[in-house]
Design a protein around this ligand. Structure first.
Ligand SMILES: Nc1ncnc2c1ncn2[C@@H]1O[C@H](COP(=O)(O)OP(=O)(O)O)[C@@H](O)[C@H]1O
Ligand SMILES: [Mg+2]
Length: 586
């Protein structure tokens, strides 16, 4: 309960709606109990006495009460939907903001799909309980207690029968709900699996066809579909059994009440009107009693969900900015005795005692084997990760002392596997500088040799990314490069950004980049000799540390390992293959 209580802040803006809902619901309960009592008065009065003059007013009263009850139900639903959706939207907003704040270590621990589905399911569990369950928990308890008291008052032996019948129903429905939630989750999971399989089947169609594995993949899909069918059937069976029980128990109670009631009427301890009212009230209890169990289970589910959501809210953003700002940034970057290990492998440092200095305006290429830590190195500058030892400074200021937003406007990165969002090309490009003009965008596109954007069906307004136009790897990289250049950073980081470009385009990009890199400090991860030429100096990354720094010529002449690294790349012929495939595509 504690975890749900901590989310109460979300209900506060809706306090009046909640009060109105409560009022409407309690009014509804009062009417639900009052109507059978009017019926009783009708039967035991005018009907028994054949007094038709009194029939009309009482009948009209019953009708009026019925209409009022319907109105109150409508009022409650109407207020409820507004408040509930408001609460859910507010939670979604906060969660998204929180997820953006959380460090990379959090995100690399969670699979994004899982995080998404978990958050969605959890939010709806909380919404269901806070908007619906909580209210009915109170209302139903009130209704059951009051009705049972009225019944006991009317004829206590029968009242006891009813109270006794309620207990197994509550327990049964609680058990049912728990199992139902489990099976529903499984159905949901299996639907997710199936969706993943069909998506992979579509996206990976080239791989599947070229390996001749269509049958195999179809078999996997069939198996998943079959298991989904099984689970869905189980779900149907479960609820069929439950609803049958729910019909049977109250009907048994009605039979017992009728029998005992008839005896009671015969003996004169119960009037016929009372018996009718009794049975009406008894039947009105079926829903609140059975839903009580469902709601209790729902409450448990909501509490677990709240605990999990709070886990996200409680995770401290490990990376917090300082408050310093560099007024006139020059872009003097220093790595000083930098150590780094990923949080999940603290004993296996990726980088150790790494020293590197980039003078303002200088471009340094980092060369190293695959997996040597080049990407990690570049991610430390904008603090996607924090160093575990030593420090990184920009113009003499430790990056950890800089305001985070400021730091990230100083440093722009173009990644090897760039993410494009499902927005227009313009929005994708202006991510780092929302106020960029069309001229500036055109200039950045030219530097990145990404003029192809102008030829897209709607030019800069073409939707690209996940749900838009699909672009080739090289095109994506060039857009990412344009995006980074457009941000006008002081420090430009290119993490293997040009790897998917053919030699010809790469040359053009490099010529244009050279102009940009004059004013900007550049940290360029490179594989090919041609990219290395962009740099003033080259740093060789081996065994997690910089072993040599020098010009391309120097290293080539004196460092066999360096020569090997670049040569291996050239020998693989990958460049020529790239060029070929680009040429074919063009
Ligand atoms: N998020 C991560 N968590 C744990 N280890 C990682 C993570 N990212 C990369 N690594 C490991 O760190 C090492 C360096 O990776 P990376 O910097 O990507 O190399 P490079 O870019 O030079 O190919 C690799 O051994 C890799 O497995
Ligand atoms: Mg890398």
């Amino acid at each position: 309960m504690h975890s749900l209580w901590r989310l109460r802040g979300y209900l506060r803006p809706h306090v009046w709606s909640l009060a109105l809902m409560m009022f409407a619901a309690l009014g509804g309960v009062a009417l639900m109990i009052a109507i059978p009592l009017v019926t009783k008065a009708l039967i035991d009065g005018p009907i028994r006495d054949h007094d038709s003059s009194a029939l009309l007013p009482l009948g009209l009263l019953a009708l009026a009460l019925g209409v009022l009850e319907a109105f109150l139900i409508w009022l409650r639903r109407w207020v409820q939907s507004g408040a509930v959706l408001g609460v859910e939207t507010a939670m979604r907003h906060d969660l998204y903001e929180r997820l953006q704040l959380l460090p990379m270590s959090f995100h690399s621990r969670w699979q994004s799909g899982q995080l998404l589905s978990r958050v969605t399911t959890d939010l709806s569990a909380i919404r269901r309980f806070s908007g619906f369950g909580m209210l009915f928990l109170i209302i139903n308890i009130v209704q059951v207690v009051v009705t049972v008291v009225v019944l006991l008052e009317m004829f206590w032996p029968l009242g006891l029968v009813v109270a006794a019948a309620a207990v197994p129903i509550v327990l049964l429905s609680m058990r049912f709900e728990k199992r139902y939630v489990l099976v529903s989750r499984r159905v949901q999971d299996e639907q997710g699996d199936l969706a993943t399989l069909s998506e992979e089947g579509a996206v990976g169609i080239r791989v599947i066809k070229s390996f001749g594995r269509s049958d195999h993949m179809a078999g996997r899909y069939d198996a998943a579909a079959e298991s989904l069918r099984e689970t869905s059937l189980e779900k149907v069976r479960l609820s069929a059994r439950f609803w049958t029980f729910l019909e049977v128990i109250p009907n048994c109670a009605v039979v017992v009440v009728l029998l005992l009631g008839a005896i009671g009427v015969g003996r004169g301890s119960l009037t016929p009107g009372e018996l009718v009212a009794f049975i009406t009230l008894l039947l009105s209890l079926v829903w609140p009693v059975s839903s009580l169990g469902v709601i209790l289970a729902m409450a448990q589910e909501a509490m677990t969900a709240a605990a999990r959501i709070l886990e996200i809210f409680d995770t401290e953003p490990a990376i917090r900015g300082g408050d310093r700002v560099i007024e006139r940034p020059r872009g003097h970057v220093r790595f000083e005795h930098v150590d780094f290990a990923f949080p999940d492998a603290p004993d296996e440092p990726v980088l150790r005692d790494l020293n590197l200095e980039l003078a303002p305006g200088e471009t340094v290429a980092v060369v190293g084997a695959t997996g040597s830590g080049k990407t990690t190195l570049t991610a430390l500058v904008p603090r996607l990760w924090d160093v575990t030892g030593g420090r990184i400074t920009i113009d003499g200021v430790d990056v950890r002392d800089l305001r985070l937003g400021h730091l990230r406007s100083l440093v722009a990165t173009a990644f090897e596997e760039p993410t494009l969002f499902s927005m227009s090309a313009r929005e994708n490009l202006a991510l780092g500088r929302p106020d960029a003009t069309d001229e500036e965008i055109a200039e950045a596109l030219e530097i990145a040799q990404a003029q192809f954007v102008h030829e897209l069906p709607f030019g800069l307004d073409t939707r690209i990314g996940e749900q838009g136009m699909s672009l080739s790897g090289g095109q994506r990289q060039r857009l990412a490069l344009a995006r980074a250049v457009l941000a006008r950073p002081t420090v430009l980081v290119l993490d293997d950004t040009l790897s998917a470009l053919d030699v010809h385009t790469e040359k053009l990009v490099e010529e244009a980049l050279n102009r940009v890199l004059v004013d900007v400090t550049g940290l360029v991860v490179a594989h090919r000799a041609s990219t290395v030429m962009l740099a003033d100096r080259v740093a060789l990354l081996q065994d997690g540390t910089i072993t040599r720094v020098g010009t391309h010529r120097e290293l080539l002449a004196t460092e066999p390992a360096y020569k090997e690294l670049l040569a291996a790349e050239a020998d693989s012929g990958q460049d020529d293959l790239d060029a070929l495939s680009q040429a074919v595509r063009a």
